[in-house]
Ligand binder design. Sequence first.
Ligand SMILES: [Fe+2]
Ligand SMILES: [Fe+2]
Length: 497
Amino acid sequence: MLGPSRWAQPAAASQQPAVSSARRPTAWTLRRPVQQLSPCPVTHNDNARANLVNVCGSSGSIPSSNSQTKFSPTAVRILSGSSAGSASRPAGLILPPGVRSAPVAATAAAAEVVASVGSSPAPEASRPAADYRGHGLDGPILWLGNQRVHSLSERGREVMQSMSNWAGKELPRYLKSAERSWQPADLLPDSASPDFYDQVAALRAASANLPNDYLVVLVGDMVTEEALPSYMNMLNTLDETRDETGASDTPWAHWTRHWTAEENRHGDVLNKYLYLSGRVDMHSVESTIQRLIGRGLDPKLENNPYLCFVYTSFQERATRISHGNTARLAQYHGDLPLAKLTGLIASDEARHEAAYTAIVAEIFERDPDGAMLAFADMMRKGIVMPAHFLDDDWHTQANGKGSNLFVDYAAVADAIGVYTTNDYADIIEHLVKRWDIGNVKVVTGEAAEAQAFLMKHSERIRRLADLQMERRMRDRKRGKGRTAAFSWIFKREVALG
Ligand SMILES: [Fe+2]
Ligand SMILES: [Fe+2]
């Protein structure tokens, strides 16, 4: 998994408006007053969820990692015509624990757009009257600190339950068995061979011309893949589709375990390749992996499979693009074994993308309004990169206040064309076509508003990508191009744009 940008949430938890129970319920308001819960174990069945409120009460503390960030007036102006949000109220950004300053986006333009358009629902008066009960996002929502949880509605639960047979029949064909899969050992020097040292020497010779900026991106990609425990964990937070035992025989649990097993090869092969290349500081890289897994990720999925499968559809395509471009550049720099390896990873990601987009297409069939609201919700929040909590405990200190390892890594990826803001827009455009958003028949006013928002969303991102490029060119002309040192490459500096 890999992907662009960062995300914003509608408002910091402490600023969530209290919702009157008399107010008309929508997918964006709650049917019951918000419960602020202190972090405590969460279970998924209805009784347990009801009890959670009672057990945890309302005295929970709110983590202090939230922060508000303003976005450029130009970005806000471009987006102010959107019916989806109030451009005058930029969203707050959640920061990982211990990060004091708000990260500037890797794909800065995309971050501005998600922050601006995702800032808040339309004013109540401008919303069409409709009954939103029964769609995928208006479930019994609770709060754990500042995190919204369990938003899947009863209708959404029924939809996911009804898809169990479909998942059992359709999803296995997107998987490859261990017997049919490549393994890292197939692509790396054979440590049991008498030629092992010669093979390693050949690998090192092939990697000798990879430039520093490329290495930063390759390490970032590898670290992201190595944080796989967090992604399996994420899938197993989902209501109705989680693997309840770790060895459950439901179709959803089967998919999750086998998807994870396939993904596990990605970080493994990249890690071993980089270790053998001798081009990077492995201690720094490994400690970054440990920190990232310890921090987890928070893409704001609310235990909701509707939201999660939109997220994974986006992420798998982002990863495919990113690894594909990494392969292309490896070839350009003369490292053909690396080009082959990253190309094979990209083809796995393409298969995973096909599976996740098929799941969402099926949700659209069974609950068009719920699926539409889920897609728009994730786009408004912005698709957070899985490694958004990246930290090496050195970068910010070394590069000055405001520097952020994740943001700088993603800026390099953007600068060398591995993953750009325009890629982010391309993915939106692709998903809009894949799910035939323009022709989905929705019944509620809010879903229709979401549909209209989605049809124009890639355009907004592209306009902001243009702005980002203009800014970058202007800075270069003025000799103001930024650089940053990365511990992963022995503290050498690379350009950020
Ligand atoms: Fe992967
Ligand atoms: Fe993947």
